[in-house]
Design a binder for this molecule. Structure first.
Ligand code: PMV
Length: 310
């Protein structure tokens, strides 16, 4: 083939962030309104064309080391000639939406497509986790699995990922605060609280895990209203763990005031994104508009249970 193409979607954490660090369950959700496409063609030397950088891959900044390593590995394994990689992405970086994993998924798929070779899910995740190790040090693999797939994933430390279908008819709104998420700092702050005051912190974390398991049932049983309540309850606990902030709280209040069934932060907190659930598209649109008016940098709406591609 003269060229190959691959894509991947963004992801959000629906429930269970932070608690998952303590062994509780969390649910990651593929988020298809944000996505990446990659194209690979043969080129005299390895070249990258992306929103961040255009030029020889060898000159790409350190932040793109994950892509350099991935391409080096793929070229080595296929004894393939140099390539041009063209990436276009609508996933904001550093918002907990899995942008680095999604780029690696799209590139790996494009490379295999170019080589006319089918790629198994397992092989795909192997390459992506290889790149993710460079981006994140010690990745759980959840971003790789969620950006490569089309079903929610329940994950828990030490257990295999479990996917399950979305039987829920509802709309998910994601809003970007415009501020980088602070996952590293918030995870550390929660650990300090946990050490200093186990008696109040531990039940909050345990309850977040229970809410996650109930959320899975709500998604399987098409209980949108109930899922909204569970999201609100999770946000209360996340706020009690002090990983929310004024900006997130404001956007969550705006979503609720405009008819959301539930709203919460997603991912590390203290910036990053918030999510809201709506029963119908009209309400989802109204919420998204209100969030934009209140300063959200970007908003997206996904109809749940309806997927465009796997
Ligand atoms: O912001 P994200 O999508 O990287 O999610 C962070 C999730 C935490 O539970 C807060 C941390 C973790 O490593 O699981």
């Amino acid at each position: 083939k003269s060229s190959g193409e691959g894509n991947a979607n963004g992801k959000i954490i629906l429930m269970g962030e932070h608690a998952v660090v303590y062994g509780e369950a969390a649910i990651a959700f593929p988020f298809q309104p944000t996505h990446v496409t990659a194209e690979i063609t043969e080129h005299p030397y390895d070249q990258l064309r992306s929103g961040y950088f255009v030029g020889p891959l060898i000159k790409a900044p350190k932040s793109l080391e994950n892509i350099k390593t991935l391409i080096r590995q793929l070229r080595h394994d296929f004894t393939a000639p140099p390539v041009q990689i063209t990436i276009s992405s609508t996933i904001p970086a550093e918002r907990g939406m899995g942008s680095s994993a999604a780029v690696a998924v799209a590139i790996t798929r494009a490379f295999f497509d170019w080589q006319n070779s089918p790629v198994s899910h397992e092989t795909l995740l192997k390459y992506v986790n290889y790149a993710e190790k460079i981006s994140h040090g010690n990745p759980s693999g959840i971003d790789a699995a969620a950006t490569a797939g089309s079903e929610p994933i329940l994950f828990q430390k030490g257990a295999a990922f479990e996917t399950f279908p979305i039987n829920l008819s509802a709309f998910l709104i994601v809003a970007d605060t415009g501020v980088k998420g602070k996952t590293r700092q918030t995870v550390k702050a929660v650990a300090q609280r946990f050490e200093q005051d186990k008696k109040t912190t531990s039940p909050l974390i345990k309850e977040l895990g229970d809410l996650t398991l109930k959320a899975k049932q709500a998604i399987l049983n098409n209980q949108a209203r109930y899922l909204g309540e569970l999201m609100n309850a999770a946000q209360k606990n996340l706020a009690a763990l002090q990983v929310s902030d004024q900006t997130l709280d404001n956007l969550i209040a705006v979503a609720t005031k405009n008819g959301a069934l539930g709203a919460k932060l997603t991912g590390g907190g203290k910036g990053g994104c918030m999510i809201a659930l709506a029963a119908d598209y009209t309400t989802a649109k109204k919420i998204a508009t209100a969030l934009t008016n209140q300063g959200a940098k970007a908003t997206w709406i996904q109809e749940l249970g309806v997927y465009q591609y796997a």
